[in-house]
Write a protein that binds this ligand. Structure first.
Ligand SMILES: [Zn+2]
Length: 558
């Protein structure tokens, strides 16, 4: 491409409000423009890189035998609702715009896969997706619209699923490594009841909306919806008497009760939270100094919708407002309690009477716990569950997720001719997050440094003055030869000062620059500069194609 034909609206200054390197650089390099919070327009230069990322994904998926589909986005209204999936909008003809591919893949698999001989299969599609996000978006690290690779594996049994899962994990690692990303694979909460294992591919980044826990001495890594920790044991004094109610006027928080005369330290209190899980009221209990994790609550109950109950609803159900709630004597609603409360005695909790609490509460004796589960969010510095080390927390961006969904309702005939349940895996990549995270990891003060595998162009030719006949002709000639060698080239033919052209070339981050100036050209030479190292060398005009090709190979192994 000739720059004068391209739309690359670079900016000199950092735009206001852009506070991450990726946000600043993608705007300045003329690659993205904001449309609405969390929604971006990807301009032609960015689209070239996004198509490269898709190409790398398709190459690796193909290599592993995965096959791409093109599925309908219109579904009969109602079918998705019955499956508990979201419907984006619908029209008068009775069709809805659907986000997920799962229903159609399941339908095809259910109709067409009949025998173990047809398995395994890995099917995928690349499609737009949306996220219902009420949080204010902060730059392109947090997206409301994006492109998703969505893949499913179908195997005849769980050992087959284990193999497919491992294979997809390796494919994803190869894709990200070719894109120049350093990833961390974290254990993740399970996407649904019956699922067996899930991993998330994360990039450490303080601006990311996710948090992961990493052990400082072993390889333990998990997201906050999954991470557990070792807690120091607490010795409770023996307490045989029944709970005693006592007045606590105005005390509405754990903190307030710690300083109230006759109160209790936070780790000797029970925090009672009331939720509506798919419409059913549930009491969730954690230790006073612990935070409830809603992802864990969802994972341990299988609930799809989790809503904190409103104070008036709680008052009607339990007889008190939040601040005076407890689970002693409650039998009408299921009670789920965190493991850290197991065996605790002589605890303090709300009495379900405003301005009153109970002391002397023993969990097993006084509260009808229906389910014990891991419900708490871990904190920085707590003990690793796998070794003697400590857990550190770090911000992260999620790029991909893989899950063993386990046995499905699909069935095929096995070797003996009997029906057997098909084991299914699910694998997703958010494509724009790859682009953004590459920029977060590959830049300097002058701009982006694209890894070759995803660079919008491989080479930029910069004649210091394109209008000068000899320089323009040499530039055109090199452009023609590189293009014939299947190398993607951008020729900066703009009528701009050399300094502006160099700055723009560095900003948009093309891996190799060939600079053509009068003095060197008279000696039959041009200058070759590597963007990542800024190293320059003079090369003979005759050998420019060979040298460029070698340089691209040797400097950018991936
Ligand atoms: Zn550890």
């Amino acid at each position: 491409m000739y720059w004068s034909n391209c739309f690359i609206p670079t900016l000199r200054e950092n735009p206001a409000g852009a506070d991450t390197p990726s946000h600043q650089l993608l705007l300045r390099a003329g690659m993205v423009r904001p449309f609405a919070p969390g929604i971006y327009t990807y301009l032609p230069l960015a689209q070239r890189s996004l198509l490269k990322i898709r190409a790398r994904i398709r190459e690796e998926m193909e290599q592993a035998g995965a096959q791409e589909f093109y599925l309908p986005a219109l579904h009969l209204t109602g079918t998705l609702k019955r499956l508990g999936q979201k419907e984006e909008s619908h029209n008068s003809a009775g069709f809805s715009f659907a986000a997920s591919s799962q229903q159609i893949f399941d339908q095809i698999a259910g109709n067409e896969l009949r025998s173990y001989k047809q398995l395994p299969q890995v099917w995928y599609q690349i499609r737009p997706d949306f996220r219902d996000d009420s949080q204010p978006a902060s730059g392109p690290l947090r997206l409301r619209q994006f492109t998703l690779l969505e893949a499913y594996s179908f195997d005849v049994d769980l050992s087959g699923l284990n193999r497919s899962f491992q294979l997809m994990r390796e494919i994803f690692e190869r894709i990200f490594s070719r894109c120049g990303l350093e990833l961390i694979i974290a254990e993740a909460s399970l996407p649904e009841i019956g699922a067996l294992e899930a991993n998330r591919f994360m990039v450490i980044n303080n601006a990311g909306e996710e948090t992961i826990a990493q052990c400082d001495s072993c390889s333990y890594t998990a997201d906050l919806g999954k991470a557990t920790s070792r807690l120091p044991a607490i010795e409770d004094e023996d307490w045989s008497e029944a709970p005693v109610e006592f007045p606590t006027p105005g005390v509405r928080t754990i903190e307030a009760l710690t300083i109230f005369p006759g109160g209790a330290p936070a780790e000797r209190q029970i925090k009672t939270l009331v939720y509506l899980l798919d419409g059913q009221m549930v009491l969730a209990l954690v230790r006073g100094d612990h935070q409830l994790n809603e992802t864990k609550l969802a994972a341990s109950t299988g609930a799809k919708e989790i809503l904190p109950a409103q104070p008036d609803v709680i008052k009607q159900a339990l007889g008190a407002y939040p601040g005076s709630l407890g689970a002693v004597g409650v039998t009408r609603f299921p009670i789920i309690a965190d493991h850290a409360l197991k065996g605790r005695k002589n605890m303090t909790t709300g009495a379900n009477r405003d301005d009153f609490h109970l002391r002397g509460v023993s969990l097993e004796r006084d509260i009808k716990v229906r389910q014990w589960a891991d419900l708490r969010t871990i904190s920085e510095g707590e003990g690793c569950p796998a070794c003697d080390g400590r857990l550190n927390l770090a911000g992260a961006v999620e790029i991909a997720r893989i899950s063993k969904l386990g046995q499905s309702v699909l069935s095929v005939l096995d070797r003996e001719g009997k029906g057997t349940s098909v084991a299914v895996g699910n694998y997703v990549i958010v494509i724009e997050q790859i682009l953004v995270c590459i920029v977060e990891g590959h830049y300097d003060r002058d701009g982006i440094i694209w890894p070759l595998a995803v660079a919008p162009f491989s080479v930029i030719i910069t004649p210091v003055n394109y209008k000068e006949d000899a320089l323009g002709e040499a530039a055109d000639e090199i452009y023609r030869k590189l293009t014939e060698s299947n190398i993607e080239v951008l020729l900066d033919d703009r009528d701009e000062r050399p300094g502006v052209k160099f700055k723009d070339a560095d900003l948009i981050g093309v891996p190799l620059r060939i600079t053509i100036g009068s003095k060197k050209l008279q000696q039959g030479k041009v200058e070759l500069t590597v963007r990542s190292t800024k190293e320059s060398q003079d090369i003979d005009l005759d050998s420019v194609i060979d040298v460029a090709r070698e340089k691209l190979k040797s400097v950018f192994v991936k």
